[in-house]
Design a protein around this ligand. Structure first.
Ligand SMILES: [Zn+2]
Ligand SMILES: [Zn+2]
Length: 317
């Protein structure tokens, strides 16, 4: 499985502000002065060496990622990141299958907002299978593009569309070597996590956003241990700092501290912190990332390995 991230922001798209952009440039130039960089040829090497929060943008698109297997392209959530994926597909049509499988965790705006801007939706040679734990997913998607909100009605778009209701405790297979499980998450209006198990090499990827883990889960409820235990990669909601999570109880999201507690308890190997708070700058997210590592170390664990989700990141399992 090759996992690629297209959108990692929570709640609402949040483009980088001009002030944040300028601040990054200012700090990069300060570093260049410190290093007495005067030769043009050395610029590329210098850029490779600068600290992480200066060398990339986290990205402002909302949740979307892909899992590429030998046979299929699975898309998880249709936040604004899916628009970028659609562009990639339309520019390199021969590199992608014409049958796509889109899994939706839930239908809050930030997880479906990109779907009306997903080019393959409008192309007659594409077939899109929609999967969800919600039985009325077709009606929800049609409602999103009601003429009061969007000019192109969903059902009139040219691709072929099929809808599948996923049930908890009933894994499915779309191809022989991949088993997909569904698990309910605590979130206003409900939400579902999806677990992809490669039966070929026994690797496990879990997609778990949006969710509010508050404590009881990581204290060892067997159903959570069974579902999340020993995942190779857990892509998990970690929207807030711990302090902010106390101010936002029942908003449906998890602090990075609690996300690490869960991952440690569940013996996860790698954790990707995601669904970033739109009000947090790259700088603040990177600080939180360092605190998350410190928190894991405080728990006296060297696992899981922690990653801060950013657009364009690729993982291989
Ligand atoms: Zn969300
Ligand atoms: Zn949500």
């Amino acid at each position: 499985m090759i996992i690629k991230l297209y959108g990692v922001r929570g709640s609402i798209p949040s483009p980088t502000s001009n002030s944040e952009y300028k601040e990054k440039i200012k700090r990069i130039l300060e570093l260049a002065v410190e290093k007495q960089l005067i030769q043009k040829e050395k610029i590329l090497n210098f850029l490779e060496e600068i600290p992480l929060p200066l060398s990339y943008l986290i990205g402002g698109n909302t949740t979307c990622l892909t899992i590429r297997t030998e046979e299929n392209l699975y898309i998880l959530d249709g936040g604004t990141g899916i628009r970028v994926l659609g562009e990639e597909i339309s520019q390199n049509p021969n590199s992608y299958p014409k049958v796509l499988h889109l899994f939706l965790s839930h239908t809050h705006w930030d997880h479906i907002q990109g779907i009306p801007f997903f080019k393959p939706l409008y192309l007659p040679n594409f077939t899109i299978h929609f999967y969800s734990g919600f039985p009325d997913i077709q009606e929800r998607l049609m409602y999103q593009t009601d003429v009061r909100f969007f000019p192109a009605p969903f059902e009139k778009t040219a691709s072929k569309k099929y809808y599948h209701h996923l049930k908890v405790g009933q894994p499915i297979k779309i191809e022989n070597n991949i088993e997909i499980h569904t698990f309910p998450l605590k979130h206003p209006g409900g939400c579902f996590s999806y677990k992809f198990i490669s039966l070929k090499n026994n690797k496990i990827f879990i997609f778990a956003t949006d969710v509010e883990f508050t404590g009881e889960e990581f204290l060892g409820k067997q159903e959570y241990l069974n579902y999340f235990g020993y995942a190779d990669i857990l892509f998990i909601d970690s929207q807030y700092t711990l302090d902010e999570s106390f101010l936002k109880i029942d908003w449906g999201h998890t602090s990075y501290t609690m996300a690490i507690n869960c991952a440690v308890r569940w013996k996860v190997k790698n954790v990707i912190l995601t669904h970033h708070e739109p009000n947090y700058s790259d700088e603040k997210l990177f600080q939180n990332y360092l605190y998350a590592i410190r928190h894991r170390n405080y728990l006296e664990k060297d696992r899981p390995k922690i990653f801060l989700a950013r657009e364009g990141m690729v993982f291989q399992l």
